[in-house]
Write a protein that binds this ligand. Structure first.
Ligand code: CA
Length: 233
């Protein structure tokens, strides 16, 4: 099961041998890996799956990596996903061009897998604090992802493991609206056999735990879209 501890990466690379090597090494490190062979597939998967980070080859057929990066950084749903460009081109001008399109980091081929993984982890520490064992805080809620403990206004919150994972996902990106599909992917993993109704049931349970004692409701239901952790206006 892919819980929140296993970050989900999208690898965009048209050379199959390279892609498979990357997939092998990243899965060995515990990452969940999706792959795309061209820019259009990458843009589609980025939107559908909301990966935690994208490894993007510069040289791709039809739509170039640079163009894919530009579109990712303009997309409402994809702009916050860190993008690490993979390229054979090491010149300073290219590097600057890559970063100008919004790429978050840049690795020149041939790179060592160890270096690449270090770069990925560095990005995730910023964008996915729970994946690196941080304490998350929002409003009067605190989640300790190492000890697996949560409190509200200092009072311990008791909940099942699924509700805890759900809360962690919400706490990593307060105010972000999560679709049920994205929550299914994050909380149950892509192999999880759940439907949208199951998501609603667990969100309902989490809401009950959070609001016990008459505290303000922190989970906002966004009609037709999903749920967000938010404070009432
Ligand atoms: Ca390529």
């Amino acid at each position: 099961m892919a819980g929140v501890d296993s970050a989900h990466l999208l690898v965009v690379e048209d050379e199959i041998a390279q892609m498979e090597l990357l997939r092998y090494n990243l899965e060995k490190e515990g990452f969940t890996v999706s792959t795309a062979e061209d820019g259009d597939e990458a843009l589609l998967l980025a939107q559908e799956e909301g990966p935690d980070a994208i490894l993007l080859d510069w040289m791709l057929p039809s739509t170039s990596g640079i163009e894919v990066c530009r579109q990712l950084k303009q997309g409402e749903e994809t702009r916050e996903i860190p993008v690490i460009m993979l390229t054979a081109r090491g010149e300073e001008a290219d590097r600057v061009r890559g970063l100008e399109t919004g790429a978050d980091d840049y690795v020149v081929k041939p790179y060592s897998v160890g270096e690449l993984i270090a770069r990925i982890r560095a990005r995730l520490r910023i964008s996915r604090p729970a994946a690196t064992g941080a304490t998350l805080k929002f409003a009067d809620v605190t989640v300790d992802t190492t000890e697996h403990r949560a409190t509200r206004a200092g009072r311990p919150l008791r909940m099942g493991p699924t509700e805890f994972r759900l809360l962690t996902v919400f706490m990593e990106r307060p105010k972000r609206v999560w679709s049920r599909d994205m929550l299914m992917d994050r909380v149950w993993g892509r192999d999880g056999d759940v439907d949208q109704r199951t998501v609603d049931v667990h969100v309902g349970r989490l809401r009950k735990v959070l609001n016990s004692g008459g505290a303000d409701d922190l989970i906002r239901t966004v009609r037709g879209a999903g749920y967000a952790l938010d404070v009432a206006d």
